[in-house]
Design a binder for this molecule. Structure first.
Ligand SMILES: NC(=O)c1ccc[n+]([C@@H]2O[C@H](COP(=O)([O-])OP(=O)(O)OC[C@H]3O[C@@H](n4cnc5c(N)ncnc54)[C@H](OP(=O)(O)O)[C@@H]3O)[C@@H](O)[C@H]2O)c1
Length: 231
């Protein structure tokens, strides 16, 4: 049975991003969604993973509001102005690894810590966007050291939190969600425009999956098509 009730309130974290803004657009049109709030590093109640104290402050701003039945965190980076994903071991460097760990694992991990307190304890889902390349078992091509490692660390944080949550909040599900290759800022340098799917299509597929989740799905690594990925 779906954990997300009708009606529901939703929060999209990273709503300035390609996939984040697509989620907001779809949720604004969803008949059962009575309110959707989007936050990002330049919004009201900003959340900036380069200043980790903003996570608790942003969550606190919602603590006296009604709970959310759906929270989706889409924040993540693959490349920046200074570097691209590593092609070989010689490219591995501390600065890039630390940055990706902070934005893709530490930030989202602390977001689960503070924002899971805003979930409706009766029925709710919190999804964090991960990536299939973060699967250790599925790693066949190598490369992309920092991104892979940071998403693998994120996956462990989600899984571990889901185990604790299943004891304290048994009607909440925490999941890692793989969006597939989506045409976005993040995928642009990697032929994202040619091989990526339109963000609204990807976000719609992911919402469809989120609406099917039951509490037994907590702690899963799921794709946009509902397939379970190995950790
Ligand atoms: N696109 C794909 O093919 C693909 C595939 C697998 C997984 N994913 C995952 O999907 C998620 C969304 O990606 P996307 O394709 O929508 O990328 P995107 O368009 O680049 O959006 C990334 C989002 O992350 C935010 N962000 C980046 N650094 C931040 C920081 N220091 N603090 C706070 N927010 C920060 C961006 O905020 P600003 O707008 O302020 O920069 C933006 O909201 C990511 O977690 C990514 O790893 C994407």
């Amino acid at each position: 049975m779906s954990l997300i009730p009708n009606p529901f309130r939703a929060l999209v974290i990273g709503s300035s991003g390609t996939i984040g803004s697509a989620f907001v657009e779809l949720l604004e049109q969803h008949p059962a969604c009575m309110e959707v709030i989007g936050i990002h590093r330049n919004s009201a109640n900003p959340i900036d993973y380069q200043d980790l104290s903003t996570i608790e402050a942003a969550a606190k701003a919602f603590s006296d509001k009604p709970p959310f039945q759906l929270i989706i965190n889409t924040i993540g980076i693959l490349h920046c102005a200074d570097w691209m994903p590593e092609k070989k071991l010689d490219d591995l460097n501390a600065e890039q690894l630390q940055m990706l760990m902070q934005i893709n694992a530490i930030g989202p991990g602390l977001t689960i810590k503070y924002f899971s307190k805003l979930l409706d304890s009766n029925n709710s889902v919190m999804a964090t966007l991960s990536a299939k390349v973060g699967s250790i078992e599925d790693n066949r091509l190598g490369g992309w050291y920092s991104y892979r490692a940071s998403k693998a660390a994120l996956n462990m944080l989600i899984k571990t939190a889901s185990i604790e949550c299943s004891r304290t909040k048994p009607n909440n599900a925490l999941v890692a969600l793989h969006p597939g290759t989506v045409n976005s800022r993040l995928s642009k340098p990697f032929k994202g425009e040619q091989i990526g799917r339109p963000p609204l299509e990807a976000a719609q597929d992911m919402l469809n999956v989120l609406f099917t989740l039951g509490k037994e799905d907590s702690g899963s690594f799921i794709t946009y098509s509902g397939e379970r990925l190995p950790w």
